[in-house]
Design a protein around this ligand. Structure first.
Ligand SMILES: C[S@@+](CC[C@H](N)C(=O)[O-])C[C@H]1O[C@@H](n2cnc3c(N)ncnc32)[C@H](O)[C@@H]1O
Length: 258
């Protein structure tokens, strides 16, 4: 198959053609069955999970023995997906909470839902994890500034802060992508209803792959994963079955190349 290409294809037709054990990193943002669009609407919960487990099974075969897998979803579905992946022998690494501080989903019968989940699994234990490439700023600057000079005594050893920041935690506070944009002074809706923030995808790609690795972008949507992979000198391959979104991806990737 041609790499650095997004195919206009249904996920199952596409996956049949991808070589087994060829993918270093899969970043998958599938339908959630939240009925935000036709592609996100399934007749029953059973039909949704039959679909989900089917593409998961195929994806597992495509991962290299030390490949990594990140899967987006809501909290409820993620609980089932986690159990399924464990039953398939994949190794659980993190339940990452994407804390959408700016999210708006009012609810007066339960707590307001302000998060999405990203499950991080690997196939084997010798997986890539570039923790130094995804450090984040320390929270307490005054304490850190003091520690830079003299260090902090911890278990008999002096600890000095890392100049690139602290190790990345599993709660990610990243603003959602705005779903409207101004064109010629008019506010219009963006083409895709659920684009993911580039900075979030960047963190996954930097942590779990190296330049030249192959990244799988299964339900490509607006092509965020492919776009960021290209920027970070990773290869990518993926599919999207909606023609409008597909054409948008082609344009986005073309702009990136130029
Ligand atoms: C949640 S969106 C992905 C958004 C993407 N992460 C982004 O940043 O733009 C899921 C996408 O999967 C596509 N899709 C749904 N069912 C599909 C299928 N069976 N085969 C291929 N693509 C499908 C939808 O058209 C939608 O664009």
């Amino acid at each position: 198959m041609k790499i650095n290409n997004i195919y206009l294809e249904d996920v199952f037709d596409f996956l049949k053609k991808v070589d087994n054990e060829s993918i270093d990193l899969a970043i998958i943002d599938p339908p959630y069955n939240q009925k935000i669009d036709d592609w996100d609407t399934f007749k029953s919960e059973k039909k949704y999970f039959d679909f989900t487990y089917k593409w998961l099974d195929l994806t597992i075969d495509k991962l290299k023995p030390n490949g990594s897998l990140y899967i987006f979803n809501n909290t409820y579905n993620s609980a089932f997906i986690l159990t399924y992946l464990v039953s398939k022998g994949l190794l659980f690494k993190n339940w990452i909470v994407w804390y959408k501080k700016d999210g708006f989903s009012p609810s007066r019968r339960k707590f307001v839902n302000n998060q999405e989940v990203i499950l991080f699994f690997t196939k084997g234990e010798k997986y890539t994890f570039n923790y130094n490439d995804v450090r984040v700023p320390y929270l307490s600057t005054s304490r850190i500034n003091a520690a830079k000079k003299t260090g902090i005594l911890k278990n008999g050893k002096r600890w000095f802060p890392n100049e690139n920041g602290r190790l990345c935690p599993d709660v990610w506070e990243i603003p959602s992508v705005r779903l409207t944009e101004k064109v010629n002074g008019k506010t219009i809706k963006t083409l895709h209803p659920t684009p993911k923030p580039e900075s979030m995808i960047e963190r996954m790609i930097k942590a779990s792959s190296n330049p030249g690795d192959l990244v799988l972008d299964l339900f490509s949507g607006s092509g965020t994963t492919a776009y960021v992979a290209k920027q970070l000198d990773r290869n990518f391959i993926g599919c999207e079955n909606n023609l409008d979104y597909f054409e948008y991806i082609q344009e986005r990737l073309r702009d990136e190349k130029e």
